[in-house]
Design a protein. Structure first.
Length: 313
């Protein structure tokens, strides 16, 4: 029951406060991670040595945070620790922030302002936004809503429910390191491998639960078909199921060629149906938000059933 209360408080805090504009703990963690990487990764390209240094960097940045969180568990009382759990989960999630970023892109497209839409989508994807047309912008933003819904929302909820504060912190910090060190270029190819692989492991179950959630809230049969047939061709073992199922649930076509700094990347098609548009972005946002309420509702039912069962015994 306490876990459900903590999750509910965290979601309400997110709805009320949104993403902190200043002093976000993950920003501070990112600065520490950047310093550690610059200190350790002085000779990129040496495979074995770089992998070990990357693993060392991961441990140096993550373990002290987990130890501090565990010490606080022993120091705080019941209700104090409950509020601490809720605040940690609030900082780990980004439901309202995700919604605001997606809505900014959709509003620009609805208003016919292509340049502003390119600018807004460039804030949430790594694509060369200046080369995207209206459909390309809608595809990029919709994919971002679906994928970040898994990474920044449902995975945080999952790991909090499984392992409490240490679980949600481990996932969020490793996910941040993967975002910073997980590039497949000369500098990070080996150094970021430990973070990238651990992030894949930590997201494996949450990604599939997210894909299932999208399917339940949309066209279930089409979502499962796209997941089964299209996800294996995607280069990410977790983003593939999430975006394929999400696209199928929405009845939209995502994926396809996309411009990056390194050139045009040929990507498999995900989903089926209409071309992506500003309305598709809004539909993806709604899918994530409805998924959160579905999870909270299911958690409440399980908690109440457990409470009644315990009372009967």
């Amino acid at each position: 029951m306490f876990a459900v209360i903590a999750c509910s408080i965290a979601v309400l805090l997110d709805r009320w406060l949104g993403e902190p504009r200043r002093w976000h703990p993950l920003v501070g963690f990112g600065r520490v991670a950047a310093f550690v990487e610059q200190s350790l990764n002085r000779q990129p390209g040496r495979r074995g040595r770089s992998i070990l240094l990357g693993l060392s960097g991961l441990l140096i940045t993550v373990v002290p945070v987990l130890v501090a969180a565990e010490l606080l568990r022993w120091m705080l009382g019941g209700w104090e620790y409950l509020l601490f759990q809720a605040v940690v989960l609030y900082f780990a999630m980004s439901i309202r922030g995700l919604t605001e970023h997606g809505k900014a892109v959709a509003d620009a497209l609805h208003g016919g302002n292509l340049e502003n839409a390119q600018e807004q989508v460039g804030r949430i994807v790594s694509r060369n936004a200046a080369e995207l047309d209206e459909n390309g912008i809608a595809v990029a933003a919709t994919e971002s809503m679906l994928e970040n819904g898994a990474d920044a929302v449902f995975a945080s909820l999952f790991w909090f429910l499984v392992a409490g504060v240490p679980g949600v912190l481990l996932h969020r910090l490793v996910n941040t390191l993967d975002a910073m060190w997980g590039y497949r270029n000369e500098r990070y190819l080996y150094f970021g491998r430990a973070a990238a692989k651990l992030d894949d492991v930590l997201n494996w179950i949450p990604a599939r639960l997210t894909a299932l959630t999208y399917g339940v809230l949309g066209n279930f049969r089409r979502a499962l078909r796209c997941w089964r047939q299209q996800a294996p061709a995607w280069d990410s073992p977790n983003a593939g199921p999430v975006m394929a199922a999400g696209a199928g649930a929405l009845g939209v076509e995502l994926g396809g060629p996309a411009p990056y700094g390194s050139g045009l990347k040929q990507r498999p098609v995900l989903g089926e149906g209409a071309e992506a548009s500003a309305d598709t972005i809004g539909a993806a946002i709604q899918l994530v938000n409805r998924g959160v309420w579905l999870w909270l509702g299911l958690l409440a039912v399980v908690a109440i059933a457990g409470w009644f069962t315990a009372g009967a015994n």
